[in-house]
Design a binder for this molecule. Structure first.
Ligand SMILES: Nc1ncnc2c1ncn2[C@@H]1O[C@H](COP(=O)(O)OP(=O)(O)O)[C@@H](O)[C@H]1O
Ligand SMILES: CC(C)(COP(=O)(O)O)[C@@H](O)C(=O)NCCC(=O)O
Length: 331
């Protein structure tokens, strides 16, 4: 008898995160995790953390000390090991001139969970290691199809869903990075105009470390009709992080951020959302609620949360954006 994939019921597959008996993760409270920083120096100041955090994200220096120093130390061991492996492979092949490729860290999680803050703080901390590595940060929003394409395809309410990204461009970008190519261009996105910026690119020139952040980075690609298997974005990652929080918390953060943006970014005459700065508070709440329920929450449930078990490390946040639990893959 042959067992087909469709015969495997989801209930037969242990939930790696919630079922501790089957879990490939070790779980640490924030307090336990903080001890792994050992003697890692704190190289950021309170002002710098303030500058790096996103709107509505109250992260401060004590959170950097509690969570990010241990993470920075862990990542430095991974980067070192991968560089040693690269050198050993060169010796094995009797080669000396092969360009080394960047160590790529993926950061995933819902819209409004705080991925950008984590990515910016990590980028800054890693670039201050004694070896002064060159660290670049790229977000996946630049790889979204432009609004004109989404409108034409009737997909404006699918922004952030897998089909709204030019996955070919995304995979070509990562392939070039991992091949050690110089001056690789990533397209740019503006939250102000809510669109991809035509002809604006970020040039990534052979960094030692690339942080690649976005809601979709741990997703697998649906198989195309011809059955050809295409690589997943995470095939290019050396380490991946999922930023996690209860659905109800992310919901609150999304709506609160939207209401704060009404006082700030939405007032800019160029803002795509400028009309939302002008409507009543009640109307604005209804709009934010609609965007959350109809787009971002659906996407979280269908496409983002299911990728959590692929991450090497999960930061689980509680109220106030503070990390409460860290889950690290046993290997
Ligand atoms: N409409 C908007 N206008 C201006 N900035 C925005 C808007 N939406 C999101 N942002 C900013 O864009 C960044 C990315 O947001 P998001 O994709 O929700 O991810 P996350 O909150 O996980 O970092 C954040 O710094 C956020 O403050
Ligand atoms: C641009 C986003 C899809 C995030 O993309 P990412 O940077 O994670 O690739 C998201 O911020 C967004 O615009 N979502 C659509 C619904 C909304 O306006 O909230």
């Amino acid at each position: 008898m042959t067992i087909a994939a469709k015969d495997i019921a989801p209930a037969d597959i242990p939930d790696h995160f919630d079922n501790k008996d089957y879990s490939p993760y070790r779980f640490f409270s924030a307090e336990e995790w903080s001890h792994f920083r050992a003697d890692t120096p704190l190289t950021l100041t309170a002002d710098e953390v303030h500058r790096l955090r996103s709107l509505n994200d109250p992260i401060d220096l004590s959170e950097v000390r509690r969570i990010y120093l241990s993470l920075s130390r862990l990542l430095s061991t991974h980067v070192e090991s991968s560089q040693m492996l690269f050198a050993q492979r060169q010796r094995f092949l009797s080669m000396s001139n092969d360009a080394k490729t960047p160590f790529v860290i993926g950061i995933a999680g819902s819209v409004a969970v705080g991925k950008s803050t984590t990515a910016r703080i990590l980028a800054e901390l890693l670039s201050r290691w004694p070896s002064s590595p060159k660290v670049d940060l790229v977000t996946t929003d630049g790889f979204l199809y432009p609004n004109a394409t989404l409108l034409r395809e009737n997909m404006m309410d699918r922004k952030g869903f897998p089909e709204s990204y030019d996955i070919g461009a995304l995979l070509r970008f990562l392939s070039a990075i991992k091949a050690g190519q110089p001056n690789v261009k990533a397209p740019s996105y503006s939250h102000l105009t809510y669109d991809v910026l035509p002809d604006q690119f970020q040039t990534v020139d052979r960094p030692d470390i690339l942080i690649f952040e976005g809601i979709n980075v741990l997703q697998s690609r649906n198989l195309p009709a011809d059955g050809k298997i295409v690589p997943m974005v995470s095939d290019f990652f050396d380490f991946s992080i999922y930023i996690d929080a209860e659905e109800s918390l992310i919901h609150t953060w999304y709506v609160n951020r939207f209401m704060r943006l009404r006082q700030t970014a939405f007032r800019n005459p160029d803002s795509f959302f400028k009309r939302y700065a002008e409507v009543s508070e009640e109307e604005a709440l209804t709009i934010a609620e609609g965007l959350w329920q109809n787009i971002n929450l659906k996407n979280l449930r269908q496409n983002i949360l299911p990728t959590r078990p692929r991450a090497d490390l999960i930061l689980q946040k509680g109220p106030n954006h503070l990390t409460e639990t860290v889950a690290l893959r046993k290997l």
